[in-house]
Design a protein around this ligand. Structure first.
Ligand code: NCD
Length: 313
């Protein structure tokens, strides 16, 4: 029996605050394994994990693959160009096909919101959402919480400004509820054209001036402009966007001296974050990547029936 209260991790709604704490605590022990010379545990030997990535991905796909290998699972990876979806196969038929191969867990990234739910309805395997359209990206939010807790020592009471393309971002879609569940204070900061039509529904405070709220932030979380999802250019120019919403050295100097900078990657240097800031010790972007492997090991392990705390021999 999994210690988590859910079968699948499709959105942050699936996770109670206790589940999140269990995942973060379990990930701590896997992080320790990732620092060993031999980074492998026999925990998921004989279990089959399919990574079904039907949208581009570097970090997320690689870290799920590495996580599965470090737990000794049999991992199989499928990308859009290599799958029968390009021949017109429906997601339901793909799901039934994978189910017939008796896999235990499927990680899915898809351009359509709700694709993980479709898979979960058609198969017995556990499903983890690796990012569905503009909807959610729950393991990104979990690794972000892990990184924040690692650096700040707590989540409760942290003020986190999430800056940029809120309306097209699945990262914001998961991070806002994740922070709320853990007692932090999310503020979404964007030009009006990049806010959702009903920003209040997300459950965060809203600001349109980064400079006005900057001194209040413990963490600033910069988002990439999702040009591939926007209908047109949502502001006059990238230069103008960078001037008002980019994190640069002047803003870092004006911020609270301990403020940390986060980004889910891929970064567009010179747009949402300057190179000097991206490479500064205040940016903890690579710690996020590092946490991604441990957190994904934790969710795979826990969904497949592992006990909390019993992860590492
Ligand atoms: C994000 C994604 O794909 O949603 N990246 C990631 O998973 N690390 C964010 C983005 O593409 O901007």
């Amino acid at each position: 029996m999994s210690p988590l209260s859910c079968q699948h991790i499709m959105t942050m709604d699936d996770l109670m605050p206790e589940d999140i704490t269990t995942i973060l605590d379990t990930a701590e022990s896997f992080k320790e394994v990732n620092e060993r010379r031999i980074k492998k545990l026999p925990t998921l030997r004989g279990r089959t994990i399919i990574n079904l990535f039907l949208e581009p991905s570097t970090r997320t796909r690689m870290s799920f693959e590495i996580a599965a290998k470090r737990l000794s699972a049999d991992g199989v990876n499928m990308t859009a160009s290599a799958s029968a979806t390009v021949k017109g196969e429906s997601l339901r038929d793909t799901a039934k096909t994978l189910s017939a191969m008796a896999c235990d867990l499927v990680v899915v990234r898809h351009k359509y919101a709700g694709a993980p739910q479709v898979l979960a309805e058609c198969m017995d395997a556990h499903v983890i959402n690796g990012g569905d359209g503009m909807n959610q990206h729950p393991t990104q939010a979990l690794l972000d919480l892990f990184t924040m807790r690692q650096h700040a020592g707590r989540l409760e009471g942290l003020t986190v400004g999430i800056v940029g393309d809120i309306c097209h971002s699945r990262v914001a879609g998961s991070l806002v509820p994740a922070l709320n569940k853990m007692g932090a204070r999310p503020i979404i900061i964007a030009p009006p054209t990049l806010l959702p039509a009903r920003p209040d529904v997300l459950g965060a405070e809203v600001a349109t001036s980064l400079d006005a709220v900057l001194p209040e932030l413990d963490i600033v979380y910069m988002l990439r402009i999702q040009m591939e999802r926007a209908a047109g250019m949502p502001f006059p120019s990238l230069r103008e966007y960078a001037r008002f919403y980019g994190m640069n050295e002047a803003r870092l100097a004006a911020a609270n001296p301990g403020m940390l900078v986060m980004h889910p990657g891929p970064m567009n240097r010179g747009v949402e974050v300057s190179s000097a800031v991206a490479d500064s010790p205040r940016a903890i972007v690579l710690d996020q990547v590092n946490a991604g492997v441990a957190v994904r090991m934790a969710v795979m392990y826990l969904l497949l029936g592992g006990e909390s705390g019993g992860a590492v021999a």
